[in-house]
Design a protein around this ligand. Structure first.
Ligand code: SAM
Length: 229
């Protein structure tokens, strides 16, 4: 998968060189490029922001550098490219969307700063690719880079070959609408705390039943909305 991120802080994406995503790039499973939006400015101060029409606090990202960045990355309309504008006003990211995005050939992330991006940029982007506005949760970050990183990691780990043991993806939280059961490793007793006896029993049916019970209990306690409650 080809992934690009347009940002005024491309160094944020250095984190993608670490661990499994670093290995995935080395193995050519992911081809990632961070693009500096300021490369598409033409004034001495490399300006990317201006005051909003109609007044209001803060500055807004001006459209011209974004237009040039899209001209550079997606010179012609390409139905196989997905542009994602990270925004707290977007649809909320979840595992189902991660699965959907993991099928994409190419994703281009547009990372806002300040009070966001001139809305015409979103309209213009639709002439070049499929566009989605995506939030990573109901809170406001300073910029879209952390949001793009979270989405990239959730999507990339679903690409075959990125995670060593693909089976581990099947038993995770959100895969089947429930949160994951509690997990334990050695030693069996640690600081007076025991691993639940059933997990040491070797009885696979009993272990499966206990795990499902724990999944439902945990989901009820932490995320009743997932059970429609
Ligand atoms: N004024 C905007 C609003 O109220 O919707 C918030 C702008 S925020 C300070 C700056 C940038 O951070 C946004 O353009 C977006 O790219 C990013 N951002 C902030 N919170 C986010 C979230 N929850 N999910 C995704 N991106 C977010």
């Amino acid at each position: 998968m080809k992934i690009d991120a347009i940002s005024i802080f491309p160094d944020y994406f250095d984190a993608l060189k670490i661990s499994l995503l670093g290995k995935a790039q080395a193995a050519n499973l992911i081809d990632f490029t961070a693009v500096d939006l300021r490369e598409f400015t033409h004034d001495k101060h490399r300006t990317v922001d201006d005051s909003p029409y109609g007044g209001g606090a803060g500055m807004l990202m001006k459209p011209e550098p974004w237009g040039e960045a899209f001209d550079f990355l997606i010179p012609e309309a390409d139905s196989e490219t997905q542009i994602i504008f990270t925004s707290p006003a977007g649809e909320v990211f979840n595992q189902a969307l991660a699965v959907e995005l993991s099928q994409a050939k190419r994703i281009v992330f547009a990372c806002g700063r300040y009070e966001g991006i001139d809305e015409r940029v979103v309209e213009f982007a639709k002439s070049r690719a499929s566009v989605r506005m995506v939030s990573i949760g109901d809170y406001v970050l300073n910029g879209g880079e952390v949001a793009a990183l979270a989405i990239i990691e959730a999507v990339a780990r679903l690409i075959p070959g990125v995670i060593g043991n693909a089976e581990s993806l099947l038993e995770e939280s959100h895969n089947d609408g429930l949160l994951e059961y509690p997990s334990y490793t050695k030693p069996a007793n640690w600081r007076g705390l025991d691993v639940p006896a059933v997990l040491l029993s070797g009885n696979h049916a009993a272990i499966a039943a206990w795990r499902l019970e724990q999944q439902v209990k945990r989901t009820k306690a932490n995320r009743p909305d997932l059970l429609g409650e």
